[in-house]
Design a protein around this ligand. Structure first.
Ligand SMILES: C[S@@+](CC[C@H](N)C(=O)[O-])C[C@H]1O[C@@H](n2cnc3c(N)ncnc32)[C@H](O)[C@@H]1O
Length: 202
């Protein structure tokens, strides 16, 4: 199977061209704001946003002084990010293409994962976890928002906690205590719950 065949058949580019993007909250994710308020993101840290789309968190991380890479299949979304950065006089590396084929020059300090894992086909998940394991330095953090969706199919595809614990095994990832995993309803997606968790690469 080629990488193209391996991607979700979903036409992301057309969704951005048509401005048909119900996954967008219209502002910073409240989990992102909570993590930022806890000083989770430090100046100079290297961060990737896989499948960044038009996520406003990309600009916020650049403004916080991090070295940001955003990657997306959609040229329209990447152009949007480029313009937002230009207007704010900020910079980031922007990559148009399949992030699963991407590799950093140096290991990353963190990855901000927001409605990307639920967007890719579940058969790509193992490849994604392996890429995350390679990209992050030991002690690096994955800020994850796991979409909870009882119905079958997708995107978004369900990312149940049981499945996530299997996908991100304890040999490679330190999980937070259950009490630190917070629920964030998504108002644009029928209040579907997203579970916010910070996993640390061993
Ligand atoms: C549900 S959207 C989320 C966008 C953004 N993270 C946000 O929260 O607004 C999923 C994004 O992943 C991108 N995407 C899907 N598969 C991808 C891949 N293999 N490589 C890079 N981007 C991909 C899509 O183009 C889309 O922008």
């Amino acid at each position: 199977m080629t990488h193209d065949e391996n991607r979700s058949a979903f036409d992301w580019e057309t969704r951005f061209i048509d401005d048909d993007t119900p996954w967008e909250r219209g502002g910073l994710h409240p989990a992102f704001k909570a993590w930022r308020d806890q000083a989770a993101f430090a100046t100079g840290e290297r961060v990737l946003i896989p499948g960044c789309g038009r996520s406003p968190e990309l600009l916020a991380l650049a403004q916080a002084g991090l070295t940001v890479t955003g990657a997306d299949l959609s040229a329209t979304a990447i152009s949007w990010q480029r313009e937002v950065l230009r207007e704010a006089n900020q910079s980031a590396d922007l990559v148009t293409g399949d992030v699963l084929d991407w590799a950093p020059d140096q290991p990353l300090d963190l990855v901000y994962e927001q409605t990307f894992l639920c967007a890719i086909h579940p058969r790509l998940r193992t490849r994604y976890e392996q890429a995350l394991s390679r990209w992050l330095r030991s002690g690096g953090r994955l800020y994850a928002l796991f979409m909870q969706k009882p119905e079958r199919g997708g995107p978004p595809f369900d990312c149940s906690l049981d499945a996530m614990r299997i996908l991100f095994p304890a040999e490679r990832w330190v999980w937070p205590d259950d009490g630190e995993i917070r629920v964030w309803p998504h108002p644009q997606l029928n209040d579907k719950a997203e579970l916010g968790a910070v996993l640390t690469r061993r």
